[in-house]
Design a protein around this ligand. Sequence first.
Ligand code: ASP
Ligand code: MG
Length: 439
Amino acid sequence: MWAQTKMNELNKLSPMKIYKFGGASVKDADGVRNVSSIINRHKGNQLLIVVSAMGKITNKLEDLTTAYLNGQDDVHQIFDEIKGYHFNILNELFTDHNHPIFNDVANTFVEIDWLIEEEPNDSHDYIYDQIVSIGELVSSKILAAWLGTLRENVKWLDARNFIHTDNTYREGLVNWEKTEADIQKTLAPLLAKNIAVTQGFIGNTSENFTTTLGREGSDYSAAIFSACLNAQSVTIWKDVPGVLNADPKWFDETERIPQLSYHDAIELAYYGATVIHPKTIKPIQNKNIPLYVRSFVNPNAPGTDITDLKDHLPIPSFIFKVNQVLLSIFPKDFSFIIEENLSDIFSLFHEHRIKINTMLNSAISFSISFDYNEKKLQKLIADLSKHYKIKYNTDVELVTIRYYNQETIDRVTVNKNILLEVKSRNTCQIVMRDKKPTE
Ligand code: ASP
Ligand code: MG
């Protein structure tokens, strides 16, 4: 109660803002300089910066984890590449090689040295989190150190002191009560005097072990901090000009969406628009905190404002997912697919960590589309085949159209065979593949 009153007072005086920078924004020394100059435009304190691992380092750390768990020979080689990448950036940024950041980063990597010296006896998910979280720890240290050369009162903060989770490694479930209490008690007063740099993606269990919040989870971290601080706004800095109505990879003509409601933003993220992580919106929507998507390449450009806007998207939006599997499940005895079968099927998808992108059930079958991954697919089929007959197609595409009409459907299905179509009032999902030349 006291903390809340204190918080409100602080908010009234000088409202806090959150900036989130993803891996692409800090992929090299120029990136770190650019991000720092964006931060430096912010006058005063009351700014919390949440940063991801640099470039594609999380993928590299995943490779390292796999190599270690499988006892591959290239464990040290992968690790050296990861370290080399960061030290190259440091060497480019800091001419003074006695700057404490060099030791600080080296010591952070020692955590991995210690771990990979031992046999991997702990749970794989636990090991994954201990290794992969190092990416964010190192990037935030480098950014804070560089920013510290440009301005006063820059503080590096360990997100694990604030974001508390259960021990579901790789997908930590946030303990909101504890997280909010610590953020309000300790972080809010710190931000009154400092600009702070912290990590996305990582949290801590009650036994003090590091967890991660799921891939691409840094946006979610920014949302957690924003909600718990009752921030004035959160800005996600991206390499695109804002939320677009389609991915330029698949569409020639795309439009930036200047204003977006929380509701539409959740729907777009859920169906696979990669601009914002789907878990991000709810916490800030609950507190009515605006989310600004801005370009770190062009920081003065308008971007997209996500707010409690009542209007829906002014134009249809298209979300493409290629490399999909469409799998149909039939009971062996041709009985109807009933609740019991469905709960069976869903548990198997959950167990194999396969996210369902769309589904449709009929009297005698149940069809599901999901991202293709050969290993996972074969394991899933092996399990499902114990009780069901399976048919599947790979190399199919899924398109989701929000605010569709016949014209938009016709546009995306030119020269395609439609394998499955699911429509709700505002959203249409089509699983399709290219027509063969003879068709
Ligand atoms: N570095 C983590 C990942 O690549 C988290 C993030 O970037 O949001 O998944
Ligand atoms: Mg990343």
